[in-house]
Ligand binder design. Structure first.
Ligand code: NAP
Length: 306
C-alpha cells in the first residue's frame, strides 16, 4: 500500500481509463477519497454497483468542489466542455489533469478556461485496450507503462511532483514533454497505426462476400492484428483525428510517399529495394523489444500473453 497522494481525487468519465485509475487508486491507497462523475446515468450507476468510488455525481461542478486533484478522463472532444463546467467550482490549489490521447487540446483549454488558482497539467497514460466502459478497466493497466505529462513552462513544481507521485504509484514511468512534441510522436506511434488499421479493415468490409469469408478464415496470417486496433472506440478515435489534424496529416504524407516507393519497387521487380526496406524494419522491431515495449517470443508473444 502506498501513501495517499491526494486527499480527494475526482475522476470525470468512468470508462476504461477512468475506472482503471479508480481501481488502481483504491487498491494501492493513492487517494483518501474518490469522487466519480460521468454524464451517462447508466454508466454512473454501474460504477456505483462496481464500488469504484466513495461518492457519485452526474454534475461535474458538484463532483469537483472539494477535490485536491481532478482527472478528466473523457474523449478529447469533450474536454473543453467539462473544463468550462468545473472551472468556477474548483478549490484553490487544485491540480487538474486529463488522460486524453492528444495533448495540445487540453493545453489550450486549460490555459484558456482554468482559474489562476488551479494547476492545469495535461497528461497521457500510454496504456489501453480496445475495450471501453467501467467494466473494462483493471488495476494493473498502468504497470510498467509510460505516463507522459505535458506541463506548461510556468507550471508549479510541487503540482508536477504530486502528479508524478500519483502515476508512479500506479506503476508507470513518468516522462515530461512539450505538448506539441507529444502530439507529433504519438501521431506516428499510435494515431497513424490506428488509421491504417481502420482503413484496411474497412477495405475488407467492402469486399465481395466470398472473399470476405476467406479473409476472416485466414485472418491469423496478419489481418487479425489490424482488427484489434480497428475495434477501438469510434468516439475516442474520431476525436483524436479531429484534434491532432496537423501532425497526423504530416505523418500520413510521409507514409504515403514511402508506400508509393514500395509500390514502385514491386512494379519494377526491384527485389533489392524491398529487401533493404524489410531489413531496416526488422531493426526497428529489435529496438522495440530492447526498449522493453514488447517481449521476444514466437508468434509475437501471443501464446505467452494468452
Ligand atoms: P470510454 O471508455 O469511452 O469512457 C469515457 C467516459 O466518459 C464514458 O463513460 C463517457 O460517457 C464519459 N463522458 C463523455 N463525455 C462526458 C462528459 N462531457 N462529462 C462526463 N463524462 C463524459 O473512454 P476511455 O477509453 O476511458 O478514454 C478516455 C480518455 O482517455 C480519452 O480521451 C482517450 O483519448 C484517452 N485514452 C484512452 C486509451 C484507450 O486505450 N482507450 C488510452 C490512453 C488514453 P458516454 O458513454 O455517455 O459517452
Amino acid at each position: 500500500m502506498n501513501q495517499s497522494v491526494f486527499d480527494t481525487l475526482t475522476l470525470i468519465g468512468i470508462g476504461l481509463i477512468g475506472s482503471s485509475i479508480a481501481r488502481t487508486a483504491r487498491e494501492r491507497g493513492l487517494a483518501g477519497s474518490l469522487v466519480i462523475c460521468d454524464s451517462d446515468p447508466e454508466v454512473l450507476a454501474r460504477a456505483e454497483a462496481l464500488g469504484l468510488g466513495d461518492r457519485y455525481h452526474q454534475d461535474p461542478a458538484d463532483a469537483v468542489r472539494d477535490a485536491d486533484a481532478v482527472f478528466i478522463c473523457v474523449p478529447v472532444g469533450a474536454i473543453e466542455a467539462v473544463t468550462c463546467m468545473i472551472a468556477p467550482a474548483l478549490k484553490p490549489g487544485a491540480i487538474i489533469s486529463d488522460t486524453g490521447s492528444v495533448k495540445m487540446t487540453p493545453a489550450t483549454v486549460f490555459r484558456r478556461h482554468l482559474p489562476d488558482t488551479a494547476h492545469g497539467i495535461p497528461g497521457h497514460p500510454v496504456a489501453g485496450t480496445e475495450e471501453s466502459g467501467p467494466d473494462a478497466g483493471f488495476a494493473t493497466l498502468f504497470d510498467q507503462r509510460w505516463f507522459i505529462a505535458t506541463p506548461p513552462k510556468d507550471a508549479d513544481q510541487d503540482a508536477i511532483a504530486r502528479l508524478t507521485a500519483f502515476w508512479e504509484g500506479c506503476g508507470s514511468t513518468v516522462e515530461l514533454m512539450d505538448a506539441e512534441h507529444h502530439d507529433r510522436v504519438l501521431a506516428i506511434t499510435s494515431h497513424l497505426p490506428h488509421l491504417i488499421a481502420y482503413n484496411i479493415v474497412g477495405t475488407v468490409s467492402e469486399l465481395e462476400d466470398d472473399t470476405k469469408t476467406e479473409v476472416i478464415k485466414f485472418s491469423a496470417s496478419g489481418f487479425r492484428d489490424f482488427t484489434r486496433l480497428a475495434a477501438s472506440d469510434p468516439t475516442m478515435w474520431r476525436d483524436v483525428f479531429l484534434n491532432n489534424q496537423e501532425a497526423v496529416l504530416e505523418m500520413l504524407g510521409r507514409f504515403t510517399e514511402d508506400l508509393t516507393a514500395l509500390q514502385k519497387a514491386i512494379r519494377r521487380g526491384d527485389g533489392a529495394a524491398l529487401f533493404d526496406r524489410f531489413t531496416q524494419t526488422r531493426d526497428i522491431r529489435r529496438g522495440v523489444i530492447d526498449a522493453g515495449q514488447e517481449i521476444d517470443a514466437p508468434d509475437f508473444g501471443r501464446h505467452v500473453l494468452d
